[in-house]
Design a protein around this ligand. Sequence first.
Ligand code: GLN
Length: 455
Amino acid sequence: QAFVAAIDGANAHLNAFVLPTPELALKQAAESDKRLKTGDARPLEGLPLGNKDLFCTAGVRTTACSKILDDFTPTYESTVGANLWNAGAVMLGKLNCDEFAMGSSNETSAFGPVVSPWRRERGGKLTDDKLVPGGSSGGSSAAVSADLCLAATATDTGGSIRQPAALTGTVGIKPTYGRCSRWGIVAFASSLDQAGPIAKTVRDAAIMLRAMASHDHKDSTSVETPVPDYEAALGQGLKGLRVGVPKEYRVEGMSKEIEKLWQEGIAWLKAAGATIHDISLPHTKFALPAYYIVAPAEASSNLARYDGVRYGLRVPGKDLIDTYENTRAAGFGKEVRRRILIGTYVLSAGYYDAYYLKAQKVRTLIKRDFDDAWKSVDVVLTPTTPSPAFGFGEKTGDPLAMYLEDIFTVTVNMAGLPGISVPAGLSGEGTPLGLQLIGKPFDEATLFRAAQAIE
Ligand code: GLN
């Protein structure tokens, strides 16, 4: 009831929830109350969560924050969602995000942007500038940061869990590709998409991920490997842990405050018992351009299904082709159309080898960089973002400036590795900054353990 009231009070301003579901929440909560009384509690009994509107919810409208899905109501629940509700968690509602999760600021949502609960400080005073909560999981990060839910689901194709977590002072982990089932999650770029939690603390994120992860025969890329008790791995110190610091992440023009934060992170890990090693990930600089070929290519293919016949919006035309055209022109926003254009271009005959195939080769090289790194280190430490939260509209006019937000996060998706962002300090303007830890495949436990030395 407290969370339902909090959403009622703050959501009109923050716009974090696109669809609060108070009745469903109170119904689930009543069941939890009963179980808690009878000693029949499940692991997440009664914990109130938000659910990114990319996750299909049985009987509850799911839009991917796109007009093209309009009032689509799935008849099925995503596997990740089902895992959470079966563990006793309560859904408070569906959370805002960038349209089809394409964006880094939550400004491409058909429901309008999310306002970060954080404000800049200048000359000792809070300003009224509206700041972005990051994206694409901006509803998730803002809602957790503003205490509208205890934790939230999110997805990360090229940074969409970690970047919003960094910009709102929350913890976000993108697990290893295959750790969580993608079934029932609206697809963006299938070889990169992963679900994960955004939470207040490392411990909460550990508890959430354990509940979300599972092998699922409905997603052939989900991996059949046991899900460890991440919480049990916490609090063991970092003695013997080898931390790599990649020189390629010291990008040109990196701000002093990000550089300083990174050095502080290194010192904290050292103080907790870790050893620090300079490493090289030579293909890092190709990750962002390669990502912005692979992701749009897969997106253009995944988005082909929105034809005005099978889902959501239909704008009838004089014949079938005309209906497709009218529907897609009215239903997709500008950024999504840009991705479709890039994606179909790089996949088209004559350009496929030069762009898509080359990007896939680069991807293999990026993965090999990490394979080599794991011979000498156990985790890699980098900043999560190149800058703190920016203001509304600051980057919307220049897609490349927006894409550069993802410079430190996309390599992890290209290599399929787990990555966590953990709050590490405040910028000169008093807004949050995050550090990122990257781990070996399926070694999320070590990430949680190391992240606790930073939070
Ligand atoms: N900002 C990136 C993009 O727009 C990543 C999005 C994501 O991880 N879903 O592609």
